[in-house]
Design a protein around this ligand. Structure first.
Ligand code: FAD
Length: 391
């Protein structure tokens, strides 16, 4: 058989694909990783990046196993201790607190490029990983027990398994002919960095409005937060182009007075929000993980956490597999373990989106009293938050 031989070829060195590569290499699997975009650069003096993730405790544990957590925590990461969620149409409010759970924090807010950089460093430290960058899959064929992957420069790699970790527009999913269901929410997530008059108090603030939630996620400076503001797509397109004064007025009106005056720092971006799910995650010799398999609404910041769970589960199945890594027997175990959880989380987020996105009076009453009631039921609250933390 032609081509350099690996155990696994991974398409995509994003947060999810790089996590899988590190976990496999730590168990002596030979891995090739293909990535189209050059590695990010970071200096401590850099401005905060637009895209951040709220990493759960479970994701932290997996990044520790992958050898990347030190690279995250030694740069810029904020442990958030509280989360306050309230309804703009009434008095409903719920407060989640790490102290109430007897935990040091609920999770960490980290800039995406820092997570990626830490994972790339962890990959570099593993001699079992070869990174091909810039590079992508042109095509692949099954040749007996192997996948022969042809890269865009004509090189060939052979492996028992090809993993698509190449994001929502996965080329591997496309080339494998795996169908997917897709719901365009007709919304965009507007992101930017803001300076607030009052400190964020290591708290993630989220206000639900009928047009969509607005989240303030704390950054390493106590007066800086990263916002994710869900809006109808056309409104987001207008706001992203407004001058700073107009945008600041709109944002201050949306947040209310919780953090005092708001000053907008740097650029803004707006990302289309789409819910999608692949019809299957696996076929002989092929597996999908992360956004290549599913995307969800960012209102509870769970997208990358679900992807990291996929990477951890697939790594586990491949490490304990007795036979061929690309066999359906092994891959179905991964799919069975992850598809239901991803589906349930996706549907739960859609339920929240519809519940809070509705202006009807009876629903406003139900959700406001529901939030207040849950706020006084520690068992309900703690179960909810432990689920989100993945512990
Ligand atoms: C506005 C917004 C806010 C969000 N906030 C949060 C949050 O707070 N917490 C959270 O958990 N999630 C959040 N998410 C979701 C999260 O960003 C994604 O779930 C996560 O980035 C998925 O990671 P991934 O590695 O699977 O895919 P991606 O991040 O898309 O990475 C895919 C990688 O593959 C590479 N690639 C693409 N095509 C190819 C190819 N053909 N060949 C080789 N490489 C390729 C890309 O360059 C990239 O590096 C948010 C999403 C949005 C839109």
């Amino acid at each position: 058989m032609s081509g350099t031989h690996y155990d696994v070829v991974i398409s995509g060195a994003g947060m999810v694909g790089a996590t899988l590569a590190c976990l496999l290499a730590k168990s002596a699997k030979r891995v090739a990783v293909l990535e189209v975009i050059p590695p990010p650069v970071f200096k401590a003096s850099d401005d905060f990046e637009l895209r951040v993730s709220a990493l759960s405790r479970f994701s932290q544990q997996i990044l520790e196993q992958a050898g990347a957590w030190e690279g995250v925590i030694n740069r810029r990461a904020v442990a958030y201790e509280n989360m306050v969620v309230w309804d703009a149409t009434g008095s409903g409010e719920i407060h989640f607190s790490a102290a109430e759970l007897g935990e040091p924090e609920l999770g960490h807010i980290v800039e995406n490029k820092i997570i990626q950089l830490a994972l790339l460093e962890a990959m570099e430290a593993q001699t079992a990983i070869d990174l091909f960058c810039p590079s992508k899959v042109q095509s692949f064929v099954r040749d007996g027990a192997h996948m022969v992957v042809t890269l865009d420069d004509g090189r060939e790699l052979a492996a028992e398994l090809l993993v698509g970790a190449d994001g929502a527009r996965s080329a591997v999913r496309e080339l494998a002919g795996i169908g997917w269901q897709r719901e365009d929410y007709a919304q965009k997530g507007l992101v930017c960095v803001v300076r607030t008059e009052l400190p964020h108090q290591a708290t993630a603030w989220q206000r639900f409005m009928p047009s969509g939630p607005l989240a303030f996620l704390p950054l390493s400076d106590p007066h800086y937060s990263s916002i994710v503001w869900t809006l109808p797509a056309d409104r987001a397109d207008v706001l992203v182009k407004q001058d700073d004064t107009q945008f600041k007025a709109a944002l201050s009106a949306a947040l209310g007075s919780r953090l005092g005056m708001v000053e907008v720092i740097g650029a803004r971006g707006a990302f289309p929000l789409v819910g999608s799910h692949a019809e299957c995650y696996v076929q002989e010799g092929v597996a999908l993980i992360g956004d290549a398999a599913h995307t969800i609404h960012p209102l509870a910041g769970q997208g990358v956490n679900l992807g990291i769970k996929d990477a951890a589960e697939l790594a586990q199945q491949l490490i304990v597999a007795k036979g061929h890594l690309g066999s359906m027997k092994t891959l179905r175990r991964y799919e069975r373990a992850r598809k239901g959880d991803n589906h349930l989380t996706q549907k739960t987020m859609e339920g929240f989106r519809l519940l809070f996105g509705n202006n009807s009076q009876p629903l406003q009453l139900v959700r406001n009293s529901g939030l207040n009631l849950a706020n006084h039921l520690p068992l309900v609250k703690n179960t909810l938050v432990r689920q989100a933390m993945g512990v």
